[in-house]
Every structure is written in C-alpha cells, then in structure tokens.
Design a binder for this molecule. Structure first.
Ligand code: HEM
Length: 459
C-alpha cells in the first residue's frame, strides 16, 4: 500500500492546521477514555457487591470480577486510548487503520465486561467468549501498532510501548489460560499464581505504558525541560521490564529466589521512574496545579504499594491470612498509582483532543468570545472533586482490604462510582454544549485561535 493511502487510513483526514499528520481522529482516544470512565462506574458498583467476599477471601469470584472491572474495563481501556493517541504522535507514524482501532475498542470493551460478569455469575460460556474476544482485541492492537512502533530512534517512550505491547499479549495469553483452567482444571490456581498475573498485567503492560508515555507528557504538561543526558527513564523501563520477567515465573512456580531478584530489579526500575518524576517537578516552569497534585499523589500510591508488598512478603511466611490481605492491599495501591495518573492526565489530554476537534468544526472561541483555551473545556470544581473522591476511594480500598473491613471496601466502591460519574460529567458537558450551540457561536478563523501558553506539538 502506498504510504499516502496508509496515512489516510490510520490518521485524521479532517484535522485542522497545526495538528500532526499522524494523529488519529479525536473519536479514537475519546471513545476509549469514555469507556474507561464507564468502567470505573461499574468497578465501583462491583466493589460494593464484593465487600464481604473481599474481607474474607480476596480470591473469590466477586472479587475477581471487581478486580477485572478495574484493571480491564477501566485501567486497560483508558491506557489503550492513550496508546492509540500517543504511539502515532511520539513516532510520527499513523496507526495502520482507524477501523482497526474501533474494532479493538468494541472487542476489548465486550471482553472486559463479559469476563467479570461471567466470573461473578459463574457462566462458563460467557467467560470463555470473553477470553476469545480478549485474544481478538490484542491481536488487532498489535497489528495496528506495528506501524508506529516500528519507528527507529524514538527513544525510551517507544521502547516502553513495545515492551508494553508484549506485556499485553502475554497477559492476554495468561488470562485465556486461566479461563481454560477454570473450566478444565489444568493446574492449581493458587493465590501466588493469581499474583503472577497481577504483576505481569499491572507492570508489564499498564505500568510500562505509563512509565514510557509519562516521559513525553510530564515535560509537556509541567513545561519542564530536564537537562540531559538522562539515564533514569531507560533504567526505569529496563528495571521494571526485567523485574516482570523474573517475578512472574517466580510467583507462578513459587520460586522465591527468582521472585526476590525480580523484586530488586523492579524496585530499581520504579525508583528510577520516581527519580525522573522528581527531576521534572524540580525543573518545571508551570506553577503547581491540579495535574501536579494528581501526579504526585499517584507516585505516593506507588510507594505505598511497594511498602505493602514488602510487608506481605514478610507476613506470608508467618501469618498467611494477613499476608494475603496485605498483598491484596498492595495490588489496590498499585492500581491507585495508575488510576490517579489516568484521571489526572485525562483532565489535560481530553481538553487538548477536544480543542482540536472543536477547531476542526471552526469553533475557535470560548464562552466569553475570547480564543478557546484548553481550560475552558472542563469544569474545574468537578475536576477537584474527582481528585478528592478518587484519592479517598483508593485509600479506603487499600485500608479495607488490608484490615478486612467490608464497610471501607463498600465506601471505596461508592467513591469510585462517584468519581466515574464526575469525570463523565465534568469532561463531556462543556464540549457537548459547545457543539450543540456551534451554530450560534461567534466564529473566527480556526488558525487565529491559540492554545494556552505551552508546547503545541501535543497529544
Ligand atoms: C492488566 C491486566 C490484568 C491484571 C492486572 C489482572 C490481575 C489479576 C489478579 C490480581 C487476579 C487475582 C484476583 C483475585 O484473586 O481476586 C486475576 C485473576 C484472574 N484473571 Fe486477571 N488480570 C489482568 C488481565 C486478565 C485478562 C486479559 C484475563 C482474561 C482474558 C484475565 C483473567 C483472569 C481470570 C480468569 C482470573 C481468575 C483466576 C482464578 O480462577 O483464580 N485477567 N487477574
């Protein structure tokens, strides 16, 4: 296929001037992000239902269902949206096809809801179909990203996205194996085997994507130029990737020394990720804002997750029940690391993408008639409320799982649902209202509009 035809198939043909040619249409990332917010609403409801089971047995079916509405329907769906947006932007190469991206969303969305529903209701056929759909979605993803991720010389973010794609495929493969095992009892699905999936999916796929993409997003959103040469980003990717490679088999086959060496590598990698964050915070030119608060809180959950993992590993040999509760709380904290980062970055990325979409429809002025700013495109009070509720939710979930307290788990669930609702309303209402009133809005030439001060080569 000639390069031009490929560009049209995988990128946004009607983009306004100034938007990079490789960018997909706004509907691609926005549909994934909307689906992720709906997933968060469902995840919260599932935790309310799973509150008692979570306190007595964190590996029971209602908990597995709530976990996957969190990791698949929320985190992975949101992170896939970011991947579809940023892989083309970072590499300057479009997706292979926008249609493939839409097919990935549909199949992944169906899989990520059917798996928890099938597990919770013990409908074996539903669970099996979800496994097949996961496979389809991940193969489509790999085909679509194979164009952008083939780019050379694009540095650590692309390396991280390649590793994350491999992590996604491996997690999907392990998930399908687990589904098969639930039906045919191929092996004993003990708690440590479940944890192997948690590490592979959370760090090899989801966390790896954040670690890579953050190296592009932090400089842009914090207006930070960290002087080079910088080793921390590469150490982060290699350390976390190497850690996952050793911890996953170490947990799956219960080989403690392997998991132990992997944990050291992983800690080194995550430490380097935090070193890089600190450098960006120190060299930023933008004043402290809500995004910074989200990012720092997110890093706090990462540190708490590491501390809880260590405590769990120590307790496992003594009080195994406490060890299991602490391990569940650690996974919740690691999930909080990514959820807080996802929500925080949504309040930057969604307005940015929506801004381009409005400009492509010649809407270039804000409500006051002045040039449209990113900050006109979401409700700031609600964004603060989303920060408060998601942070309280993660805190309650960690505490509820560690202390085996159903009431705290239920509060966490209610807060997660509230957060999802607030995100949908605060990020959608203003742009939809603007589109609705587009005809009566004062129109200026799209090119005359300028974004907030800051880099324009953006998401
Ligand atoms: C980011 C990706 C993922 C993460 C972080 C993750 C994490 C986890 C965790 C922590 C558990 C144990 C839950 C508990 O015991 O309460 C688990 C179990 C399970 N996961 Fe996943 N998972 C991911 C993706 C998947 C996928 C893609 C599938 C299927 C296609 C899947 C299928 C399962 C199944 C069937 C179980 C239950 C195993 C059992 O019977 O004990 N997971 N996963």
């Amino acid at each position: 296929m000639p390069p031009e035809a490929r560009t049209v198939a995988g990128s946004w043909a009607q983009r306004p001037s100034g938007v990079p040619g490789s960018v997909p249409p706004p509907s691609v990332p926005l549909s994934f992000l909307l689906a992720a917010a709906v997933g968060l609403i469902g995840c919260g409801v599932a935790w309310v239902f799973a509150r008692s089971a979570a306190a007595t047995d964190p590996t029971s079916n209602p908990v597995v269902a709530a976990v996957h509405l969190g990791v698949l329907a929320t985190l992975a769906t949101g992170i896939l949206g970011a991947t579809h947006q940023f892989a083309p932007v970072i590499t300057g190469r479009p997706l292979r096809s926008v249609r493939l991206a839409r097919a990935t969303l549909v199949s992944f969305l169906a899989a990520s809801w059917m798996l928890p529903l099938g597990v919770a209701t013990e409908q074996v056929a539903v669970t099996a179909i979800s496994g097949a759909l996961t496979g389809v979605a991940l193969v489509l993803l790999a085909v679509n990203l194979s164009g952008p991720l083939r780019a050379r010389g694009k540095g650590v973010p692309v390396l991280a996205l390649r590793v994350a794609l491999a992590g996604a495929l491996l997690t999907g493969f392990l998930g399908v194996t687990f589904i098969g095992d639930r039906q045919a009892n191929w092996f004993v699905l003990a708690g440590h085997v479940d944890l192997a999936m948690g590490v592979l999916g959370m760090f090899g796929w989801l966390g790896m994507t954040y670690i890579g993409v953050a190296e592009k997003l932090w400089p842009m959103f914090m207006l930070a130029h960290v002087p080079g040469p910088r080793r921390a980003p590469r150490v982060a990717v290699v350390g976390v990737g190497g850690g996952v490679l050793l911890i996953t088999p170490g947990l799956a086959w219960n080989i403690a020394p392997l998991a132990g060496i992997g944990a050291v590598l992983m800690t080194t990698g995550l430490g380097a990720h935090l070193v890089s964050l600190t450098a960006h915070v120190r060299h930023r030119r933008r004043k402290a804002d809500l995004h910074l608060v989200f990012v720092i809180t997110s890093a706090g959950w990462l540190v708490l997750g590491a501390a809880l993992s260590l405590a769990a590993a120590i307790e496992m040999t003594g009080d195994a029940r406490l060890g299991t509760s602490l391990a569940a709380a650690a996974l919740a904290a690691f999930g909080g690391w990514l959820l807080e980062a996802l929500v925080g970055h949504s309040y930057k990325v969604v307005p940015f993408v929506v801004w381009s979409a409005l400009r492509s429809r010649s809407i270039a002025s804000g409500p006051t008639g002045k040039p449209l700013m990113f900050s006109d495109l979401y409700d700031h009070t609600s964004a603060g409320a989303a920060y408060g509720s998601v942070t309280a939710a993660v805190a309650c979930l960690c505490a509820g799982l560690a202390a085996e307290a159903p009431a705290l788990v239920a509060i966490a669930g209610a807060l997660l649902t509230a957060t999802g609702l607030v995100i949908v309303v605060s990020l959608m209402v203003i742009p939809l209202r603007m589109l609705h009133h587009a005809a009566s809005m004062p129109r200026v030439r799209a090119d005359a509009a300028r974004p907030e001060p800051g880099p324009v080569t953006a998401p």
